[in-house]
Design a protein around this ligand. Structure first.
Ligand code: PNS
Length: 161
């Protein structure tokens, strides 16, 4: 039976760290669903559609992945798409506490879903979507830290104010 995993996140925006994790996941799992959490509070810089499009255009060179937008509980989505695992990235120790809590809560909600933690390449350990937005917002360069298409979209957002 093919093993299917869900890689969930805000992806606001997708970074090279996320992309690295997608590539690593594809080496382990037969099928991958990238799940972009919807943003009801509208606090994200990019819309749901833009965040999906950034994942789509940045993964064209890879084996096909499914991309979905979801709201509600992650474990419900995992059940809906017939996945067995959730992938999350661990960059630094400070990620661990929050990730551990989420993984155990998800296990409590749905005991048959395993959370698998992967480490991105060490070149990406300091990258976060939050810092990317901050640097780009002040006109700093994020080249090499995000896919080229994302860099362009960030520049457009900033120039539009
Ligand atoms: O990229 P992020 O913002 O760190 O991703 C967080 C995400 C989307 C994985 C998390 O907020 C989530 O799973 N949200 C869905 C709601 C849910 O299931 N909450 C309970 C998790 S314990």
């Amino acid at each position: 039976m093919p093993v299917r995993a869900v890689y969930p996140g805000s992806f606001d925006p997708l970074t090279n760290g996320h992309l690295d994790l997608i590539e690593r996941s594809l080496r382990i799992f037969d099928e991958l669903v990238v799940a972009v959490v919807t943003n009801p509070a509208k606090t994200a810089l990019f819309s749901d559609d833009e965040r999906v499009e950034m994942v789509r255009e940045s993964t064209r060179h890879l084996r096909e992945i499914e991309i979905v937008v979801f709201d509600g509980l992650l474990v419900d989505l995992v059940g809906r798409v017939g996945a067995q695992a959730v992938v999350r990235g661990l960059r630094v120790v400070s990620d661990f506490e929050y990730e551990f809590q989420m993984a155990l809560m998800n296990r409590k909600l749905r005991g048959d879903v395993e959370t698998v933690f992967l480490m991105p390449h060490e070149a990406y350990t300091y990258i976060s979507s939050r810092l990317i937005k901050e640097v780009a917002g002040y006109g700093g360069s994020v080249r090499g830290l995000v896919p080229a298409g994302v860099e362009l979209r960030l520049r457009e957002k900033v120039s539009r104010g």
